[in-house]
Structures are given as C-alpha cells and as structure tokens.
Design a protein around this ligand. Structure first.
Ligand code: SF4
Length: 489
C-alpha cells in the first residue's frame, strides 16, 4: 500500500493516539514487534476470518498479498452477484479491506466485519464506520453493516457448524451514529500522517484502550519508582492525580483519600519496609490441613473449539504441577503432567491428577477461582469425574488471599498481589530469567509445540521451559508458605 494512503487499521491507531500512528508511519523500526501471545491473537483472527467465509457459499476470495492486484480484482468483481472476501476498496487516499462484501440486490452491498472477539465493542463500530465511509467514497451503495463474532454458547458436536459458531449482529444504526464526524476525523488523521514532526502526546488511559500500545515501555519510562500508577486498585484516580502534577506516591497531597490497603502501600513506600499482619497470616495458615497439595494448571483456549463438547475459548488444561507437603517441616515432593500429542489432553490429565490428590488435605492454588473453574469444566465434559471434583472444591484454598487482603505487603510488589510480584518480593525467586514467564505464553508455546510446525529441537525446549515455568509456580507457593510460617512465628 502506498505510504500516503490511510488504511482502516492506521485510522483506528490514529484515533487512539496521534503519536503512535506517526511513529508507526515514520519510525516503524522503533515499534516493538508483537510478542508470541499477541501474534497468537492475530493468527486466531485470521483463522476465524477464513472460517467465516463458509457462511457465504460461492464467495470470491480476493488475494491480499499484492495491494494493486487486490484492489484491481475487487473492482473487476463489483459488478457481479457473488460475495467478495477481503475486498480491497481504495477511495483517493483512504483504503479498507472488507472481510465480506455481500451483494443484496439492486447493486447494493452489506459489509460484514468478522472478529474473533465474543461481543461488539465500540472500536468495532468505528472500524466498520470507516469501511462504510471508504466504500461510499468509492461509489458503492452500502445497505447494512454487520459484525460476525464468536458465539460463546456454542458447544462443538462433531464438525464445526459455522452457523452456530458465529453470532451476526446488525450494527448499521450504531455505525450511523458515529459516522457524522468521520470525514473530519479522516482529514485530521491524514494530516498527522503527513506531518514531519512527531506529535506531542502525554500518557493516559488511551495507552491501553482500545489496544495495548506497543510503545508503552518507551513512553512510560520517565516515571520514577513508586509512582502513583502503582497505587493499588486506584483506577482512573491515578490519571487525575497525574494531570494535577502528582507523579510520586510520596507527593500525594495531605488529606488525599486512601483506602486501608492503599494506606499500607504508601506507608511501605515511605519506610521502605514490608508490612506484616501476623494475626491475619496466622489465621490463614491455620486454615491449611496437611498434607497440602500445591496445584497449578496451564491451559489454552481457541476461538474455534479443537475438541468435542467444548465451547470457544474454553480453557483446556494441558499441564499441571503439583507439590505435595506432608507437613510444614519436611520438603515438598514434586509431581507434574504435560500432555503429549494433539488429542484432547484432559482425560489423561484428570486420571493422573485424581491418583495424586488423595482424599484429604488442603489444595492450595494462587487465584483459586481459576483452578476451581478448570476442574468444574472437566466434570462437565466428563461426568464420571463429577463426584470427585465436587469433593475437591471445599479443600481448595486461595494463596492470593493473604496478599490481596494485605496481611503482607512488600514495597517491591508495586501495588500487585499477583504471584509474579509476590514471589520475587518475598523470596527473591524471579520469573525474569525464564523463557516462558506467564500463563498466556505457556498456552501459546504448548500450542506451537503440539499443533504448530516447531522443529523437534524447539519442541523439546518448549516442553522443558513449560515444566520449569509451571514447576516454579507451585514450588514458589511452597516457598511463600514457608516464609509466611516464619513470619507467623
Ligand atoms: S504509549 Fe500512549 S502516549 Fe505513547 S504512543 Fe502509545 S498510546 Fe501514545
């Protein structure tokens, strides 16, 4: 596409932030590439887009690789009566690619935008409004605008049924509502694109909404340690403070209303010391019944369900790590499961876990609702596990609680009670050196190793990295409990 042409994607980026769009156009080398988790989201989008074509039999697939060929072949088919996929529409200096341009008689068309999301978002309305503006500017008659997105109530039985997989919603009215100012917005964004200087733009909520901006590291790097954006659950208040020139937590004005947890945090920043509520910690530890099982699942979810009986994006457990401590003085024994091969991993995983979890003793998880949900969903697909799963629920204890309740807080947690922040702050064990260091990456890596075309060497490395990562989560929980025991005395 010629650099002077404004695409739909860049229009949306420009609406989000002028600086981001300008950098993307003028200094693309300074925009970090998407990480594996983000790339997976993009790939899912393409897969879903291809699948949606089944909803429009007889459609013409326009090749997208070559911009000129894409727009030319689209033009050649605009007099026809068949749906057009990936229709490239150029109107002066704006361009859009329409997922499906569907003929509806008397020379009019419906625009169908396909998303791998599960609901209609405001940004989707602007996205389609730009497409309609572009199509109408190119002389097309547009009747209705629709969004096809993933229906999360669909459950796969046999072959995927595209009619059931997608919800198609008419968004024509909502598109019209935002279209009044579209011509001016396009002019404004084109002007940003053509200017020589990078526009000034301060940080704000727009850095993550509607998209996570990849320039955040650069733009936010000026903030000092213990800045107000780390204030626990402070939401929009943080931006109000920032607008009023308050950057560091120590500069919070006297009388600024803080809740109990935020007050603990601010006190810890001032003193540099952790906060310990011995009674709270003791009461949590008293709830543990030995043997204690430290459990963590890794999961993946796909827009198009891979296995029988599951919903889109249902989290499929493929790995668990389990540390078992018989009492609080001996070391814990480690067990693990990592699925092999492309079949549904759940039957083997459930059978193995059932063997290991025993009939009594606490099951400790970090953010336990997730482990509870994974177990529950196992029992939905495999009712033979229902009784066992129901029996486990009352044994599950959430290790997040002492930290989200601020029974312990260390300034290094930076306002977060997540395991990734608590473990290093409390024990010095860090996730930084690990190749896989969060759950999303774990799921994506497993999929690459299992369903992708990773080489044997890469596959082996991914499996080793997965074992190391998941093992650190449960081994880390053991260390955290040991530290809490020391504190409780
Ligand atoms: S991080 Fe924020 S300010 Fe910086 S380019 Fe992105 S959206 Fe704009």
């Amino acid at each position: 596409m010629p650099p002077s042409v404004l695409s739909k994607t860049n229009f949306l980026y420009g609406l989000q932030c002028h600086k981001y769009l300008w950098t993307l156009m003028h200094e693309p080398h300074s925009v970090p590439p998407p990480d594996a988790a983000m790339q997976f989201v993009f790939d899912q989008g393409h897969e879903v887009g291809d699948f949606a074509k089944k909803l429009f039999p007889g459609g013409i697939d326009i090749p997208t690789g070559d911009f000129s060929a894409n727009t030319r072949i689209t033009r050649e088919n605009l007099n026809g009566t068949r749906p057009i996929f990936e229709a490239g529409i150029l109107a002066d200096n704006i361009f859009c690619r329409v997922d499906v341009l569907n003929p509806v008689g008397d020379g009019s068309w419906d625009i169908i935008e396909v998303k791998s999301a599960t609901s209609v978002k405001d940004v989707n309305i602007l996205d389609v409004a730009f497409q309609r503006f572009c199509c109408e500017s190119a002389g097309l008659k547009i009747r209705n605008c629709k969004l096809a997105y993933i229906n999360t109530r669909y459950i796969r039985h046999g072959e995927i049924d595209p009619q059931q997989l997608f919800t198609i919603e008419d968004i024509t009215e909502r598109v019209s509502e935002v279209s009044g100012s579209l011509a001016e917005q396009v002019e404004e964004i084109l002007a940003v694109m053509y200017q020589q200087q990078c526009p000034e733009e301060g940080i704000g909520p727009h850095c993550t909404d509607p998209y996570e901006c990849p320039l955040q590291q650069a733009c936010w790097s000026f903030l000092p340690e213990n800045n107000i954006f780390d204030l626990y659950w402070a939401g929009k208040k943080r931006f109000e403070l920032y607008k009023n020139g308050i950057v560091h937590m120590k500069d919070l004005p006297a009388g600024f209303e803080l809740n109990g947890k935020q007050q603990i945090q601010v006190n810890c920043v001032a003193s540099g010391e952790p906060y310990v509520n011995k009674e709270g910690i003791k009461s949590f530890l008293d709830s543990l019944q030995y043997p204690v099982y430290y459990l963590d699942f890794e999961t993946f979810g796909t827009a198009i369900p891979l296995f029988e009986g599951i919903r889109p994006y249902q989290q499929i457990p493929f790995q668990f790590s389990l540390h078992v401590a018989l009492n609080n003085s001996e070391g814990a024994v480690h067990f693990s499961f990592l699925a092999e091969g492309p079949e549904d991993p759940r039957p083997k995983l459930a059978a193995e876990l059932k063997q290991l979890l025993g009939d009594s003793g606490s099951i400790v998880a970090y953010y336990a609702p997730f482990e509870k949900q994974v177990l529950n969903e196992l029992a939905v697909t495999f009712p033979e596990y229902r009784e066992w799963v129901d029996g486990l629920q009352g044994r599950i204890i959430d290790l997040l609680k002492p930290f989200s309740n601020f029974h312990y807080y260390h300034p290094k947690q930076k306002g977060s009670a997540s395991l990734k922040k608590v473990l290093p702050a409390l024990t010095g064990i860090s996730y930084e050196g690990l190749s896989i260091n969060d759950g999303k990456l774990a799921g994506v890596a497993f999929m690459a190793a299992t369903f992708g075309n990773a080489s044997e060497e890469d596959r082996r490395k991914i499996r080793r990295d997965l074992q190391e990562y998941c093992g650190q989560d449960t081994g880390g929980m053991v260390e955290i409990i040991n530290k809490l025991c020391e504190m409780a005395g």
